[in-house]
Design a protein around this ligand. Structure first.
Ligand code: B1M
Length: 211
């Protein structure tokens, strides 16, 4: 437990090299990879997620904590595959067509990964067709769209419409939307399945769709 608490605390401080070192030490000491992931890394990330939601920490702290988490996960990955820890669901994520803002999208991705979801990141300027094709290819549970411009948020409706028109994924793949100009009212207007205002809530909502 000492290792796990320390990993969680170091992750919250964004100390990537230290996190990596401690993950290695914990493995050598016989702590299970699943425990290191869930009670060390993910628990640290969820503290950061809560603090972010409450404006107690800000974007830079979240980014360095996420970087530390990725460092730890990198060490754990081979062991996790062996230990058979299953991912809880698959999310295809991207910033919509015409939009190049990716900071919020990256935060959402990191928070989702922090919840044990597998995230396929299509990057920025993603067409509705590309979202749908990737959702099929990766057997995704969710398509998650980010938009930061009033001029591009309309693309989210095109994604929703394309999903609804496709018999293979219609009703099966949920569409989540978010980004600064997006609102709950807009989400309902275009018929998307879920709107959240911040990255931590997006990850919570995504997990709820998957379990
Ligand atoms: Co641009 N930009 N930008 N920009 N930019 C805004 C968005 C703008 C509000 C600035 C302003 O004028 N006040 C404005 C939009 C106006 C509007 O449409 N209403 C704007 C503009 C106009 C533009 C350009 C058109 C400027 C120009 O060229 N004339 C241009 C467009 C380029 C394009 O996309 N085609 C442009 C370019 C850029 C940069 C490239 C310089 C840079 C982006 C760099 C990058 O992303 N790699 C940039 C930036 C940084 C911003 C601001 C300053 C910051 C955005 C940001 O990253 N915020 C922004 C002004 C502002 O917001 N104060 C602005 C931090 C981020 C963490 O927040 O993405 O909202 P956000 O994510 C939040 C939530 O929204 C939520 O979670 C996150 C945090 O918890 N969330 C989701 C986000 N996605 C979600 C998805 C979900 C759920 C939740 O899915 C389920």
């Amino acid at each position: 437990q000492e290792y796990l608490n320390e990993i969680s605390a170091l992750l919250q401080k964004g100390r990537m090299p230290k996190v990596k070192e401690l993950v290695k030490q914990a493995l050598e000491a016989g702590v299970s990879p699943k425990e290191i992931l869930e009670e060390g890394l993910l628990s640290g990330m969820s503290v950061i997620g809560e603090k972010f939601k409450n404006n107690e920490v800000f974007v830079p702290e979240v980014l360095i904590a996420a970087r530390a988490m990725n460092g730890g996960v990198e060490i754990l990955k081979p062991y996790l595959v062996e230990a058979g820890v299953e991912t809880k669901g698959v999310v295809v994520i991207g910033t919509v067509k015409g939009d190049l803002h990716d900071i919020g999208k990256n935060l959402v991705k990191m928070m989702m990964e922090g919840k044990g979801l597998e995230v396929v990141d299509l990057g920025v300027d993603v067409s509705p067709e590309a979202f749908v094709a990737a959702a099929k290819e990766h057997h995704a549970n969710i398509i998650s769209c980010s938009a930061l411009l009033t001029t591009t948020m309309g693309e989210m409706k095109n994604v929703v419409d394309l999903v609804k028109a496709d018999p293979e994924i219609s009703g099966k793949v949920k569409v989540m939307v978010g980004g600064a100009p997006v609102t709950e009212a807009y989400c309902q207007k275009i018929g998307a399945d879920c709107y959240t205002s911040d990255a931590a809530s997006a990850a919570d909502a995504a997990l709820n769709f998957c379990i």
